[in-house]
Design a protein around this ligand. Structure first.
Ligand code: AMP
Ligand code: MG
Length: 496
């Protein structure tokens, strides 16, 4: 305990560096955040993220905190910059993107020697803003803030959100909205597109500098090994495959899987029009602007591979083509292995049997045809009774074609028997992997609408709830229900 107190820091004790700022000048544009016209104020701070910086949570309520993380002040050692990158957007190469409304303030180092990029989203115009205004609206920052917490609670790799800072500044979108800033934290914000930009500009020297930097900072075990660039690529492949398997298993769609939104560390990055599914629909498109369904839920695994092939192409000047190809070939088996493992866990199956794949697919087909709620049905499946003759009536009621459910239930029961599964023990295991609470779109929408009336209580309630999505929380039953009619199929677009 004494040790903990001693390691907690005040704001003034935070130490900043910026290794990215020491890379060649073509990698970024150095500039400071543009403060809001009105004083920024704290809307919410994330105690878990603060702990990663050894920051005492009490520090977050100081006005200095909102100034520092709301773009109005800098700390010694910060060297703010907007990162350059490009990327494939909806399949089309865009030669220059870059941080158009976010600024990398610097890297905070903690007592464990970790470095955390602090990236301020909504920090004003940068040379990469193109037609945008450099700002983020309250609505989109709340969505990112809450979903980071939700992903963290679900154990899915993600960037973190340290805090949400508000202001009274007006921002113009389809209508007038209020601006806000969010501090995003990650060990690195390097994206696939950070490599693509130097490949397509034929700046192979810079490509190598970036790869060496990323390997030194984040893959140090590969440094100086044979084929280090191809190995680095293979690790990126494995992390990406694992990440997308986790998205699929929990029923989450990213919505804008452009290569500039793909983290080199395999983190969920850039929360825009994402969505957790309510009713199960394999073709679920959460992004209202995605007219062709390129980023539909069931396309995500293929898009992951497509995006990795863009990264492989960008690494061609550094690594043997065959080695990169071997890395790409590792994607599908890795994805399938990770996905199947998670789906088996969701069904409470311990052993691996060849017929599991079909058992899972048929269950999903049943869900699809009945438009059953993905989260609720999996959570209720844990209470499935494998006793001969049990009707499993509550679960059965979710399905339109009861006979088909009964046939599936018989197969499931037989499968459980093969491994001598114990119902009670299985239920405990299943409740640890099938969340009770997810960030349904309508829940985020409720928090947003209250926040727009200056009531931030729902943000706090959801934040607390979603950090422990597997645990029944007293008084929170309503948050585990399907969406009300108004909250089904809410349209969310890229405009944020
Ligand atoms: P995203 O769809 O959020 O990944 O953004 C794609 C590109 O558009 C990135 O280069 C962003 O920095 C840029 N961008 C998005 N919104 C804005 C904005 N309001 N102002 C300036 N640039 C933006
Ligand atoms: Mg982006």
């Amino acid at each position: 305990m004494v040790h903990r107190i001693m390691t907690r820091r005040t704001l003034e004790m935070l130490t900043f560096d910026n290794t990215y700022a020491r890379l060649p000048q073509t990698f970024y544009a150095k500039l400071n955040p543009t403060p809001f016209g009105n004083p920024p104020y704290l809307i919410h701070a994330n105690s878990v993220a603060a702990e990663l910086l050894d920051l005492d949570l009490g520090q977050c309520t100081r006005p200095e905190f909102a100034h520092l993380f709301g773009g109005s002040a800098l700390a010694p050692g910060m060297e703010p910059l907007a990162m350059l990158y490009s990327g494939h957007q909806f399949g089309v190469y865009v030669p220059q993107l870059g941080d158009g409304r976010a600024i990398l303030l610097g890297e905070a180092t903690n007592g464990r020697g970790e470095r955390w990029d602090l990236h301020l989203k909504g920090a004003g115009l940068t040379p990469f803003s193109r037609d945008g205004d450099g700002r983020a609206v309250l609505r989109s920052t709340i969505r990112e803030y809450l979903c980071c917490a939700a992903m963290q609670g679900l154990g899915i790799p993600t960037t973190q959100a340290l805090c949400l800072v508000g202001s009274d500044e007006k921002v113009y979108r389809e209508q007038i909205e209020t601006g806000a800033m969010l501090v995003r934290m990650a060990p690195s914000h390097v994206r696939f597109g950070s490599f693509e930009v130097f490949y397509y500009r034929k700046q192979h020297e810079n490509l190598k500098i970036l790869a060496d930097y990323v390997i030194a900072q984040h893959f140090p075990h590969l440094r100086g090994t044979d084929e280090q660039y191809a190995r680095f690529f293979t690790e990126a492949v494995e992390r990406t495959a694992t990440l997308i398997a986790q998205w699929q298993a929990v029923g989450w769609a990213h919505g804008v899987m452009n290569t500039d939104n793909m983290s080199i560390l395999g983190l969920t990055l850039d929360y825009g029009p994402y969505g957790f599914m309510d009713d199960y629909d394999a073709g679920f498109i959460c992004n209202h602007s995605d007219h062709n369904g390129r980023y539909a839920f069931d396309q995500q695994p293929y898009i992951g591979l497509w995006n990795l092939s863009c990264l492989a192409q960008a690494l061609l000047p550094l690594a043997e083509k065959e080695a990169l190809k071997a890395g790409l070939d590792a994607y599908t088996p890795r994805f399938e292995q990770e996905y199947l493992r998670r789906m088996r866990d969701k069904l409470g199956l311990v052993a691996e049997k060849p017929e599991d794949d079909e058992l899972i697919r048929d269950f999903l087909a049943l869900l699809q045809d009945s438009q059953a709620d993905y989260t609720i049905v999996f959570r209720e499946l844990s209470a499935f009774s494998s006793v001969e003759g049990a009707s499993n009536g509550k679960l059965r009621d979710h399905f339109l074609d009861r006979d088909r459910f009964d046939q599936w239930a018989t197969r499931y029961r037989d499968r459980l028997r093969i491994e001598e599964s114990d119902d009670r023990e299985r239920q405990i295991r299943m409740d640890r992997v099938n969340p009770k609470y997810v960030l349904r779109n309508y829940l985020a929408q409720t928090a947003i609408e209250k926040a727009q009336q200056n009531d931030f209580s729902e943000i706090d309630r959801l934040f607390t709830l979603l950090r422990n999505p597997f645990t029944d929380q007293p008084g929170m039953e309503a948050y585990a229900l399907p969406p009300p009619n108004w909250g089904k199929h809410l349209a969310v677009s890229c405009s944020s």
